[in-house]
Design a protein around this ligand. Structure first.
Ligand code: ADP
Ligand code: MG
Length: 721
């Protein structure tokens, strides 16, 4: 049994049942924890550790202090109480004394505690109850009979019937049977970053010698996870680039004479692009001019002017004789984009110097049209024919665009707005199909609604390049944000809204998602609308908008609001993204604690879009720690990038990665909020490696590991997400 060396990818194919000491019962128990292969087992990491050097003898535990106790459980039983609450009590005993453990409202504890064999670690505050020491609802971790200075505590599930020492023993057995795991991260990299090799890293993460070694081990394993993921992403990106050649657009927006349509367009703009917009445009233009297909994520805070940047990109395509499509997540937004882009490009003329199959009698205006689910059939047919014939330069639409009949004369650019609303198969659906049809890949520009943290962007959108619009257009005022915690403060908010309306401005009242079912949502917002009409907002002209209205009805309400025929729009989050009415200066968000940070920031971004001072009121009487942190963050900061980082820290990776990452691609150890530098390192090294060796010909072990971890399905999934 000495000196067996094994590759990590082999471990992903070896079942735990092949380990000595792991029989059928144990195999089943481990399977209940999702541990089936030996690789699963060595990457089933402890949730916590008990540092037994810090353990307090039970006899010496002092009331008022938080302590770690280790002992045996005796005498677990349910105690009947008045009022029907379940109380389970047990004694924790060691050689120095005993203490009562009390569990309220956890009936399952009686059985669980009675079944524990061996020692348990108990963590909690010591209280005095009827002059006896007691711990209420402490954390309890069965540790079994494992001795040693630092004992790993694994995440357990009741049903599995295992305790931490059972798992530790099985893990230790792996290290007994194999003397070495073949490392897939180049050793020079490990040395450079001061990391353990994978064998030592995994060993120390399960059985740390001390806190320092545990930290190095954690960092080493985290780097591995991130590196493997980034290599995969870099590879996907490189393969995609190698597969399809893109159009080389005629793109030089800021050099006079080289791009006449753009020149004219920029000359007619009512404002100057900001420095942030210019540099994002420059990056996009460089991509579009190259034969490499652009896959770029455009990040910018709410109101930073992403639309203008996307319009310039579309005009780059158009002046080069190609078409552009902009896909928005909702009809309201598609209509708004169509309107504002039409206005923006109204003065621009395609000069006769531009030759291409699109242009015959020039100069002529840019032709642009709108296609959504509610476009009448006849019109839709005509529009599709125009697209196919090249008679249409730009089409704006919703996912109704993703339709089999859709064909372009020459699609040069796909812009996807407000990405998070899309299932992203759709993003690739459009580009893939077009690539097949016309043989060259259109460029792709993806815009996020609110900023996402850089590390998350590199992970979730890891196959995309990222441009960030720094800063906001000049003259923007900070939206004054207040948290109204009482009915009285809420009253102040509505009074302010009335005052603003009285001087000709407008506002929004947003009602939360009360229930997942749309029907109930509609009822809730309708009731609130009627209530407001009788109470706080009596006498004002109110409009109601929610997701269930027909798009014609929505359109009408939005039009009335834009035309100031409506003072206050009562809405669900359909207005969350992108809606742009500069005369609106007050945003009141009811039950604000029910929204996430990004959503609140996005909603707040609906005001403060004009020159007037604007206000956002967050109504919530809830004062839990989470509400405090979230709403407090909104009040304290109006910087979407700062808020995104706070959000990541509050919510953890899971929600950021959402459904995008599942199974083996999950990050088990690495943290996108705490391992920022590691993410950067991993990405940089991964890209360098792939640049030299795209198919990993010279890194066969790394290739085998990626294949084992991601397979083909998973890779497809990553790319599409
Ligand atoms: P977002 O990035 O949130 O999508 P928009 O593209 O909707 O932002 O732009 C927000 C507002 O800022 C719009 O009303 C737009 O006309 C205006 N805007 C965009 N760029 C500039 C600029 N360079 N100077 C002044 N106003 C601008
Ligand atoms: Mg926008």
């Amino acid at each position: 049994m000495v000196g067996v060396v094994v590759r990590l990818d082999e471990l992903t194919r070896l079942r735990v049942s092949e380990l000595a000491g792991v029989g059928p019962a144990r195999t089943r128990a481990l399977a209940a924890l999702g541990v089936e292969t030996i690789y699963d087992l060595v990457t089933y990491f402890p949730r916590r550790y008990v540092d037994r050097s810090r353990e307090v003898p039970i006899g010496e535990a002092v009331p008022g202090e938080q302590v770690l106790l280790v002992g045996r459980v005796m005498d677990a039983r349910r105690i009947p109480t008045r009022g029907g609450r379940v109380l389970v009590e047990a004694q924790l005993v060691d050689s120095s004394g005993k203490i009562t453990l009390a569990f309220f409202g956890q009936p399952y504890r009686a059985k669980q505690l009675a079944n524990i064999t061996g020692e348990v670690a108990v963590f909690g505050r010591v209280e005095l109850f009827r002059r006896r020491r007691q711990m209420n609802n402490p954390l309890v971790d069965p540790i079994g009979d494992k001795t040693g200075a630092i004992v790993p505590l694994y995440p357990l599930r009741e049903a599995a019937g295992l305790n931490s020492s059972d798992i530790a023993r099985a893990v230790a057995q792996v290290f007994n049977e194999y003397a070495e795991f073949v490392d897939v991260v180049p050793p020079s990299l490990r040395g450079h970053l001061g990391l353990y090799d994978i064998y030592q890293a995994l060993w120390q993460l399960h059985f740390p010698t001390n806190e320092q070694t545990r930290q190095v081990a954690r960092k080493s394993v985290a780097f591995d996870e991130l590196f493997l993921l980034q290599v995969k992403l870099a590879q996907l990106r490189a393969e995609r680039e190698a597969r399809a050649v893109a159009t080389e657009h005629d793109a030089n927006p800021f050099v006079p004479g080289s791009a006449r349509l753009l020149e004219e367009f920029l000359a007619h703009l009512p404002y100057e692009p900001t420095d942030g917009q210019r540099s994002a445009i420059a990056e996009i233009a460089r991509d579009m001019a190259s034969p490499r297909a652009m896959h770029r994520l455009l990040q910018g805070d709410v109101g930073s002017g992403k639309t203008l940047v996307s319009v310039v990109a579309m005009l780059i395509a158009v002046q080069s004789g190609h078409q552009a499509v902009l896909v928005a997540p909702t009809e309201v937004l598609a209509e708004q984009h169509h309107r504002s882009i039409s206005t923006l490009v109204a003065e621009a003329r395609l000069p006769d110097s531009v030759t291409g199959r699109l242009f015959e009698g020039s100069p002529r205006p840019v032709s642009i049209d709108l296609l959504t689910g509610s476009t009448p059939a006849a019109r839709r047919r005509r529009l599709l024919a125009d697209l196919r014939a090249g008679a249409l330069d730009i089409v704006v639409g919703t996912h109704a665009l993703f339709n089999d009949e859709l064909a372009f004369a020459s699609l040069g650019l796909v812009v996807v707005d407000e990405q998070h609303r899309f299932g992203v198969e759709q993003r690739s659906a459009l580009t893939d199909r077009v690539t097949v049809d016309q043989g060259s890949a259109p460029d792709t520009l993806v815009m996020t609604a609110t900023p996402i943290p850089r590390t998350a962007a590199m992970t979730v959108y890891g196959d995309l390049d990222v441009s960030v619009i720094e800063g906001l257009p000049p003259g923007r005022q900070r939206v004054e944000t207040r948290w109204a915690r009482t009915a009285l403060e809420a009253q102040v908010a509505f009074t302010l809204l009335r005052d603003e309306v009285a001087v000709g401005r407008q506002g929004y009242v947003v009602c939360p998602v009360v229930d997942e079912s749309t029907k109930l949502q509609v009822r809730a917002v309708t009731e609130e609308f009627e209530r407001l009409q009788q109470a706080e907002l009596k006498g004002l002209r109110l409009g109601l908008i929610h997701g269930k209205l027909s798009s014609a009805a929505k359109d009408e309400v939005m039009r009335d609001f834009r035309d100031r025929a409506i003072d206050v729009l009562v809405a669900t989050t359909v207005i969350e993204v992108g809606v742009d009415v500069p005369n609106a200066t007050v945003m009141i968000i009811e039950d604000a604690d029910r929204f996430g940070i990004a959503q609140l920031h996005q909603l707040r971004g609906r005001v403060g879009r004009g020159a007037d001072k604007s206000y956002c009121y967050l109504l919530s009487e809830v004062d839990t720690a989470v509400a405090e942190a979230r709403l407090g963050a909104l009040v304290a900061s109006d910087d979407g990038f700062v808020l995104a980082e706070i959000d990541l820290e509050l919510r953890g990776e899971g929600t950021v990665l959402g459904g995008r990452q599942a199974g083996r691609t999950d990050l088990k150890v690495a943290s996108l909020s705490h391992d920022r530098d590691l993410v950067l390192e991993a990405r940089q090294h991964a890209r360098a490696l792939i640049a030299q060796d795209r198919s990993l010909e010279h890194h066969p072990r790394l290739r085998a590991m990626l294949q084992a971890l991601f397979g083909d399905d998973e890779a497809d999934f990553l790319l599409r997400s």
